[in-house]
Design a protein around this ligand. Structure first.
Ligand code: GLP
Length: 241
């Protein structure tokens, strides 16, 4: 696992965006795995600027998002699809038909997860997977527990994850308690993985990640078995290592 420590969040965002842009320039029809949350917002900003000012084109790129809340459809203001549309898709030249999400409103979850996995496989697999990390070491919505599910599945959100995600919802709005998420096996099939962590709140998770052990109690630790993972963190997230 390669470690890059940047002075601050701005440089983390720029470094990550340049890496993603490099992947697109290398393979214009690449498949990108994308995260949501607050950490990747700076990266999306820089990618939009690279598109608008330097002509970076996503016209042939396909994207596969990590997760989506159960019960929220694409148009729901709090859906991860809406987050991606507002922060990224609407500002670049990606084609709607190349945007792939697990459907949070699917009636048959099994079937929907299988559809999504098949789509990744038939598209040639994910070339570059960009990940954030939860304070408790969750990846996507793969939460700490006695076991982890390998493929895409319906996950129960941990109490602390619900609390941490409340900031994206209004006071009275309820954060969904379940989400559809790529499984750790889905993620580990990606060719290359970038994991981003910013701020002191992630310092414990980063410290845990650097330990040489693999446990479902800390899902991010499974990334240690992958041959190509680069961790890009800022000074604050590096505070405990
Ligand atoms: C959310 C998302 C994860 C994300 C994590 C960290 O629960 N499901 O994909 O990486 O929390 O989010 P943030 O970057 O806002 O700290």
């Amino acid at each position: 696992m390669r470690l890059i420590i940047t002075d601050n969040y701005k440089k983390l965002s720029r470094r990550t965006a340049r890496h993603v842009a490099g992947q697109i320039e290398l393979k214009p029809d690449c498949n990108l795995g994308l995260p949501t949350g607050s950490t990747p917002l700076g990266m999306y900003d820089v990618l939009v600027k690279l598109h608008q000012e330097e002509g970076l084109s996503l016209a042939e790129v396909s994207t596969f998002n990590l997760d989506e809340y159960r019960g929220l459809d694409r148009n729901h203001p709090r859906s991860f699809y809406n987050y991606m549309a507002e922060n990224f898709f609407q500002h670049v030249d990606i084609k709607e038909e190349n945007i792939n999400f697990l459907d949070g409103t699917a009636g048959d979850i099994e079937q929907e997860c299988q559809r999504f996995e098949n789509k990744i496989a038939t598209s040639g697999g994910i070339d570059l997977m960009v990940l954030g990390i939860g304070r408790n070491g969750h990846i996507g919505f793969n939460e700490p527990g006695k076991e982890l599910k390998s493929n895409s599945h319906l996950a129960e959100l941990a109490e602390e994850t619900i609390k941490a995600n409340q900031r994206f919802f209004q006071e009275e709005e309820e954060v969904p308690a379940q989400a559809l998420t790529m499984g750790m096996g889905t993620i580990l099939k990606s060719d290359r993985i970038l994991l981003l962590a910013s701020g002191r709140s992630k310092a414990w998770a980063v410290k845990e990640l650097m330990k040489n052990r693999i446990t479902p109690e800390f899902p991010a630790s499974f990334l240690r078995v992958h041959p190509w993972v680069t961790l890009i963190i800022d000074q604050e997230a590096a505070d405990k290592i």
